[in-house]
Each structure stands twice: as C-alpha cells, then as structure tokens.
Design a protein around this ligand. Structure first.
Ligand SMILES: Cc1ncc(COP(=O)(O)O)c(C=O)c1O
Length: 404
C-alpha cells in the first residue's frame, strides 16, 4: 500500500465542504446584526408566519412536559397517536387516503425532504428540479449523491413547469421530480389539470415524485390546492408527500414534519432516522397532535391576513417603474424581478446582479430581501409578507424611493 502519511488531508470532507450556506439564513443574520446595532431594519427575509402558535397547542405541550411518558425515547417513526392523526388529517385536508404505517414523523418538513432523497437516490441519479426552487432542495439532492437538473421557469409561465419541459429534461438517469405547490419562493399554485398532467407523465415514465405540500392551506382567491397522488392514484407507489405543522399552525420552531410514502420508503427512511436523530421530541409531537386534531380556525385567520398583505405588496411593487411582479397565489412570498434595476446607477453604485442589489438595498434603505441567486433565479428577489402591515408599506416604499 502507498504511504500517504505525509499527504495533506482535508479537515472537512468534500461533500460537506461543498454545501452552500443557506442564503436565507445569511440575510437574516445580517439584518439581525444591523438591528442589534440600533438600525431601523425592515426584514422581508422571514420564511415563517409572524403569528404565535395557537394557545391550545402550547397548552398541550405544557401538559406533555409534565407527563413522564414523554421523558423517554419513543418509536423512531413517530408516536402512534400522531401517525394515526396525520393519516386522518391528510384525508380531511387533501383527500389523500393513507394509513398510519405510511407516515414517518420527522424533524420538520426539511428532514422529510432530506430523508426522501437519501432513501431514493443512488450516485448519479437525476432529480428534475423546477427553478426558482427552495434553497434546501438542491443541497438535499446533492447530499444524497444525486444530480439536481434545474428546469427554469419565469413569471411569463406563472413560474410553472410544463410536461413538455419535463419530458425534454428526462434521461435514463431520471429518478424523481421535486414538485411544490404552493411554491416557496414564487407563490405560484398549479391548477388542477396541470397537477394531474404532471402526475400522469410521472407514472407513465416511472419517475418518482417528491411532492411538498407544506403550504397546502395558504392559497388565495380562486386558486386551489390539489394533491398530486389524489388526482393520480396510480402514483401512490412512487410518490412521497412532504408536509408539516410549521406553516399551517405557525410552528416553525417546534420542528415537526412528516413524509407519507410507500412502506419500503418509510422503513428505509426510518432506519436512517433511527441512527441520525431517533424520535422527534415527544413534547413537540404532542403539540403537533393537538394541532392536527384541532380545527383550522387559526390558519383561516392567518390565510386571510396573508392574502390581504400579498395583494398590497404586489400592488406597491407593481407601481415601481421597471419592477415586474406576479401576484402571489399562495404561500407568503412575492418574487419580483429587479432585472431593470441592474447595471444602472442606484445610490451612486452600479449593482451587477441581485446579490449586489440586495446588499445595497440593505445598506442604503435598511430593507432585507433574499436575492434570487439563493433560489436558482438571478435577477429576482424573494420578499416575505409574513410581517406587519405598517412595516410592509414602509419597506416597499423605501425600495421604491431608492430605485426611483
Ligand atoms: C417549500 C418548503 N418545504 C419545506 C419547508 C420545511 O419546513 P420545516 O422544516 O420548518 O417543517 C419549508 C420551510 O421553509 C419550505 O418553504
């Protein structure tokens, strides 16, 4: 064997060293640092509801803290009551019929995404990834040694991918499609016929679908959430549904999500999870149980507030000369194009891309946006409307003044 003792060895593995820092968290950190330094910063970066978790859910967690059963390890795939309740809730909300054994409770929807790709992909397997995409998807695919194949979309097609585009990108290495509607970061919602057409295409070509339904309750106006495996029942055996309590119940910090998947996937992902994290915190699971077995009154209120704010933000942004913005159909984000603000004088500087523009907007107008580069879409920025009405008005007005 060759003596390699004097060869320099990397401290951090290539795989982990290649992970990009989450741009959304980086913007958040910078904005918070400015705030801590006394600056009046308005933050459009948040990916979480600005409402508190409903009281009955918090009370369930308080009671769970005092119940000794919750002080011990519990089954890796989730508390049996919670898996059962998730199956019932899913049938109630999306019409997808599954049994508790098809449910794996995870540390947030994020771990469900991670587990899904770890369970499905072999090195070199390709995953079709419509862009703009949520920052975590390509990293989770790459961490599973998969290859994200980006499919660009723009506001001209409503940020929706077509079957033709999918077919054009399909190769013999295509293992899966990542589908999300309503979408982070674009706020796009696919109409029923398009969801069905994509599901049929996936079945026909034996392509798995990882479908992220985390924003299922946040749809506005005439837009309608539809679940792909409900519209295409034949997909059930090659489909992983990702969901969680974070966005629906204002519970981002509690870290409870789940996947609904065929039994072999649940078993494989559960094995992985048994070595990575064991069970999700029992107290958080009890809180999630109260959430999913309760009514949807709190989310109806949040949805109404988000819809009103989304309309207002869209109106204000559209009034800025050169800014193009699709009206959000769901979730809580606007995704305007700032292409026309690039390569021209803005406050004595010339931003060449949206990374530079967002930095300038933060420094000069004290407004934090997440640059489109973080979502595979240079030229755009993501603006969350999960913040108070006054801040929303003031923040967009500051941008208008800066660019005007
Ligand atoms: C599209 C999408 N999926 C999944 C998640 C994960 O949410 P969590 O891990 O907080 O449940 C998020 C959070 O931002 C998201 O935007």
């Amino acid at each position: 064997m060759r003596d390699m003792s004097d060869m320099p060895r990397a401290r951090i593995s290539r795989k982990i060293g290649a992970i990009a820092e989450s741009a959304t968290l980086a913007v958040d950190a910078k904005a918070k640092a400015l705030k801590a330094a006394g600056e009046d910063v308005i933050v459009f970066g948040a990916g979480e509801p600005d409402f508190p978790t409903p009281a009955h859910i918090v009370e369930a967690a308080e009671a769970a803290c005092r119940d000794e059963r919750n002080h011990r390890y519990s089954p890796t795939p989730g508390l049996p009551e919670l898996r059962e309740a998730i199956a019932v809730k899913t049938a109630r909300d999306s019409g997808y019929e599954c049994s508790p054994g098809d449910v794996l409770v995870t540390n947030g929807g994020k771990q469900a995404v991670y587990n899904a790709f770890q369970a499905l992909l072999d090195p070199g397997d390709e995953v079709l990834l419509p862009a703009p995409y949520w920052t975590t998807y390509p990293e989770a695919i790459a961490l599973a040694d998969g290859v994200p194949v980006e499919l660009p979309t723009t506001e001209r097609t409503g940020f929706r991918v077509s079957v033709e585009q999918l077919e054009e990108a399909r190769t013999e290495r295509t293992k899966a499609l990542l589908f999300v509607s309503p979408s982070n970061p674009t706020g796009a919602v696919y109409p029923r016929d398009e969801v069905e057409a994509i599901g049929r295409w996936a079945v026909e070509h034996d392509v798995w679908v990882v479908t992220d339904e985390i924003y299922e309750h946040l749809v506005f106006g005439d837009n309608e959430f539809t679940s792909m495996p409900v519209l295409v029942p034949d997909l059930a055996d090659t489909c992983i549904v990702v969901n969680g309590v974070a966005k629906t119940y204002a519970m981002t910090g509690w870290r409870v999500g789940w996947m609904i998947a065929p039994r072999d996937v649940v078993a494989a992902a559960g094995n992985l999870q048994s070595h990575a994290t064991s069970n999700v915190s029992n107290v958080a699971q009890r809180a999630a149980l109260a959430a999913v077995t309760g009514d949807l009154a709190a989310v109806a209120e949040m949805r109404a507030a988000f819809e009103r704010r989304g309309r207002r933000m869209h109106e204000l942004l559209s009034a800025i000369p050169g800014v193009a913005c699709m009206e959000p159909q769901g979730a809580f984000y606007c995704f305007p194009s700032f292409v026309s603000a690039l390569d021209r004088d803005v406050a004595g500087r010339r931003p060449g891309d949206t990374l530079e523009l967002c930095e300038l907007v933060l420094e000069e107008a004290k407004v934090a946006l997440v640059p489109g580069e973080a979502f595979g879409a240079p030229g755009y920025a993501r603006m969350s409307f999960a913040l108070g009405d006054d801040d929303l008005e003031e923040g967009v007005n500051r941008i208008a003044k800066l660019l005007g």
